[in-house]
Design a protein around this ligand. Structure first.
Ligand code: HEC
Ligand code: HEC
Ligand code: HEC
Length: 301
């Protein structure tokens, strides 16, 4: 199966290395081992890079919202209006109480009133993200009915917990070249400043929670319905990447036209970045605590 374009390149470079190095095959320098073996060596047997420990995001907390309303807010608004506001937003919209609170921007109105007005005038979420008319209607119909309490549970906020390393395994190889290296660190920034390592168009790490420490291995993409990172570039080209055993995903081969948008898909759920970005170094913003307005790590949906 073609998992990423890098694997095709690996097969070629491994074959080449074997030809050249066949007479040195017993040298034992793991720098010459095929990358696949190095991948296996970096992750102890039985540890799948965290997949077994995925918090699917479906464990729950009470929101007081009907489920259809919670679903729209979770899909289109929570990347900025989660329980830790991000992307320049200052308010959370994860519970009925938060929606019925007074608006900061428009005194005399509730947050819900402003939310409906701004979804209708297209100013929320900020362009170019849009919400389908049927989903706007879900919110406005609920508002018109007096916002009756519901009993849906909101997905747990992955950015609310303590600093952690969910996989329980860390990268310990220093700057040894590997696609598994330094999960959680800013790949492109380091390669550029050290003038070493391949040129990468996009690279980053997917985690089980939003608060994973640097060098902690993230979530590996396995199985029939794997964790998928989808990048859509400015020309509309859609690149699909699968996180490796360290949770890292990277594009070394296919040029992209920036700005790009991104979302992570798993088992029919998604987490999407509302605003396109001009920098493919995902972990430079998606740090332990989040930089440049990002809420924290890139999290499996
Ligand atoms: C990419 C980030 C982002 C997303 C996604 C987003 N917002 Fe916002 N939102 C902001 C920012 C930044 C502000 C503050 C600046 C402003 O008001 O334009 C804001 C302000 C608001 C306010 C004003 C709150 C107040 O107290 O007056 C409401 C209401 C709102 N957003 C509703 C929504 C709704 C509803 C969605 C989803 C359909 C949404 N937003 C999605 C970034 C976002
Ligand atoms: C320049 C900083 C920056 C870079 C680089 C960046 N992001 Fe983001 N990301 C943000 C901000 C800010 C938000 C929150 C506002 C929004 O959704 O636009 C966000 C939100 C997200 C979310 C939704 C968060 C959630 O869990 O609700 C995902 C998924 C995401 N980014 C993936 C990516 C991927 C994949 C890359 C690399 C291709 C990337 N980001 C690169 C700043 C960045
Ligand atoms: C602290 C600096 C640093 C960080 C952070 C870093 N790298 Fe590297 N990377 C290097 C250096 C240095 C090399 C070249 C090492 C060598 O030639 O021995 C390299 C090489 C590589 C290679 C080439 C390996 C091969 O088999 O051809 C890949 C792929 C790679 N890095 C991916 C990544 C990814 C993905 C990330 C982020 C998750 C990352 N790197 C983060 C320094 C870094």
């Amino acid at each position: 199966m073609l998992r990423t374009t890098r694997h095709a390149r690996h097969l070629l470079s491994t074959a080449g290395a074997l030809l050249v190095l066949s007479s040195l095959a017993a040298c034992g320098d793991d720098g010459y081992l095929p990358p696949v073996s190095r991948n296996d060596a970096a992750i102890p047997p039985g540890v799948d890079g965290g997949l077994g420990a995925i918090d699917t995001g479906m464990s729950t907390g009470p929101s007081g919202l009907p489920c259809d309303v919670a679903m729209v807010l979770s899909t289109y608004c929570s990347s900025c209006h989660g329980s830790t506001p991000a992307g320049g937003a200052y308010n959370s919209m994860m519970t009925r109480d938060q929606l019925l609170a007074n608006s900061t921007s428009r005194p005399g109105m509730t947050v819900l009133d402003v939310a409906v007005a701004r979804m209708m005038d297209g100013s929320m979420p900020p362009a170019p993200a849009t919400v389908p008319a049927a989903d706007i209607a879900t919110i406005s119909t609920w508002q018109s009915a007096g916002a009756p309490a519901g009993s849906c549970e909101m997905p747990t906020d992955p950015f609310a917990g303590p600093d952690t390393c969910t996989s329980g395994t860390m990268w310990t190889g220093g700057n040894r070249e590997s696609e598994l290296m330094h999960p959680g660190l800013a790949c492109i920034d380091c390669h550029t400043s050290m003038r070493e390592g391949p040129y990468l168009y996009v690279a980053g790490t997917v985690y089980a929670s939003g608060r994973e420490v640097p060098d902690c291995n993230g979530i590996r993409s396995t199985g029939a319905d794997p964790v998928t990172v989808e990048i859509t570039d400015a020309t509309g080209y859609v690149l699909t990447l699968y996180p490796n055993a360290a949770g890292n995903f990277l594009d070394e081969d296919i040029p992209l036209t920036f700005p790009v948008s991104a979302r992570v898909l798993y088992q029919g759920r998604e987490r999407r970045m509302a605003a396109p970005i001009t920098n493919g170094d995902c972990n430079s913003c998606h740090t332990l605590r989040g930089a440049m307005g990002a809420p924290g790590r890139i999290v499996v949906p």
